[in-house]
Write a protein that binds this ligand. Structure first.
Ligand code: C2E
Ligand code: MG
Ligand code: MG
Length: 411
């Protein structure tokens, strides 16, 4: 068994070397999304190997091999050069500039003049250093602290940004990060995976976010796959997310489409002033409509007020509404039933229920059906309401962006 393992390894090693010299390696790119705008925050380059005999081989099996054999030095250099050249060529094509992240492995920190090599590649490809980010795992900084921190300082001086990858899997503490010039940290996907169901993972993620922010580090969550995880992370003020929920790593041509779509979205958002942000309020009590409607109108929102569910449907049919706020207790139709129907008719709306009484059963059902984004308890304080409405509009931007990108990927 041992010897056949050895044979496999030798064959793999030869094949990997050949792939590196030929055209067997390529890069995929995965978007990172800013959680407060829904816009692109950058991208990560991830290496792929297609072997003619063995098929697709995941990096988790060949990166360790490349590290052991030393092949990682030339592989890493190839990845950097390819990623920088690709990023520059997008910029040259007139696409808005994005920061590209490249992973570095421990072994590369032992090679001669890593920072010099990176500077050379930037000069050769013409990519400005601020558009390159390097991702480094915890294990790298745990060994040979002095040398690594000298290299990182040098890279930082060049203007490249630095991200701690897979944070939480090693044994370093957040405060030890202060010895290194990191700009961002990535919460490991193992915590993100269970964030909505395991209190322990949730607590770790929450703590990482709070502490990282106090150290002025930006926080990225990796491996986000569900809306639930996304909501939780947004709630905890995580800055950026990456994961299959938005997109898997894709080939360059597909990423280019995302870049174009993103710049279109960005100009759209810039163009939509707050006065075009439309909110519908449904309540049978006129005094509530007046008070809330007046306050939100002063904020600059376009406010539609309806005294019944029927009037509400009428207004929804004639306007592009993003956020719907409804009272629960209304004579003809309850708020939960109303919002449930709004969900079916206008799934892109963000729906909020206001209630003074706890009618647990119908509220629970509405939540479970996804009919409701938030429940607000009456009486409502102006500042509180204002904050919640702002959140609702941000969330609306995010979901409509996601829906558009889903539609794109289906086509
Ligand atoms: P990483 O840097 O932590 O990259 C994130 C990995 O998670 C990627 O796997 C990515 O495809 C995957 N991923 C992204 N979103 C999701 C998600 O929503 N759910 C799940 N389950 N996974 C998600 P990949 O591409 O297989 O790479 C694995 C690891 O291999 C990387 O982990 C990185 O450590 C290493 N690697 C990849 N490319 C390079 C490279 O060019 N150089 C070096 N040194 N290492 C690399
Ligand atoms: Mg990474
Ligand atoms: Mg990672």
């Amino acid at each position: 068994r041992r010897s056949s393992d050895l044979v496999t390894r030798i064959v793999m090693q030869q094949n990997l070397r050949r792939a590196l010299e030929g055209n067997g390696l390529f890069l995929h790119y995965q978007p990172k999304i800013n959680l407060s705008t829904g816009l692109l925050a950058g991208l990560e380059a991830l290496v792929r190997w297609h072997d003619p005999e063995l098929g697709m081989i995941p990096p988790s099996s060949f990166i360790p091999l490349a590290e052991e054999t030393g092949l990682i030095e030339s592989l890493g250099e190839w990845v950097l050069r390819t990623a920088c050249a690709q990023n520059k060529s997008w910029q040259d094509a007139g696409l808005p500039p994005a920061v590209i992240a490249v992973n570095l492995s421990a072994r590369q920190f032992r090679q001669k003049d890593l920072a010099g090599m990176i500077g050379q590649i930037l000069a050769e490809t013409g990519l400005e250093p601020r558009y390159l980010e390097l991702e480094i795992t915890e294990s790298v900084i745990m060994h040979n602290v002095e040398k690594v921190s000298a290299i990182l300082d040098e890279l930082k001086r060049m203007g490249v940004s630095l991200t701690m990858d897979d944070f939480g899997t090693g044994y370093s503490s957040l405060s030890s990060l202060r010895q290194f010039p990191f700009d961002k940290i990535k919460i490991d996907q193992s915590f993100v995976r269970d964030i909505t169901c395991d209190p322990h993972s949730a607590a770790i993620a929450r703590t990482i976010i709070v502490m990282a922010h106090s150290l002025h580090l930006e926080v990225i969550a990796e491996g986000v796959e569900t809306e639930g995880q996304l909501n939780y992370l947004k709630e905890q003020k995580c800055d950026v997310m990456q994961g299959y929920l938005f997109s898997e790593p894709v080939p360059a041509y597909a990423f280019e489409t995302m870049l174009r779509e993103n710049s279109r979205r960005k100009s759209e958002i810039d163009a939509v002033s707050i006065s075009e942000k439309t909110i519908l309020i449904v309540d049978d009590e006129e005094s509530v409509l007046d008070a809330i409607g007046g306050m939100l109108a002063m904020e600059g929102y376009r406010v539609l007020a309806a005294a019944s569910a029927d009037d509400g449907f009428e207004m929804l049919a004639g306007n592009r509404v993003s956020v719907v706020v409804s009272d629960q207790r209304m004579p003809a139709m309850s708020g939960t039933v109303f919002l449930g129907r709004v969900k079916e008719l206008y799934p892109d709306t963000v729906r909020i229920l206001m209630t003074g009484h706890a009618d647990m059963e119908s509220i629970m059902e509405a939540i479970n059906n996804g009919a409701i984004f938030k429940i607000l308890q009456k009486p409502l304080h102006a500042d509180f309401l204002r904050g919640k409405i702002e959140e609702a509009f941000k969330f609306h931007e995010l979901i409509s962006w996601k829906r558009q990108s889903d539609q794109k990927s289906v086509q």
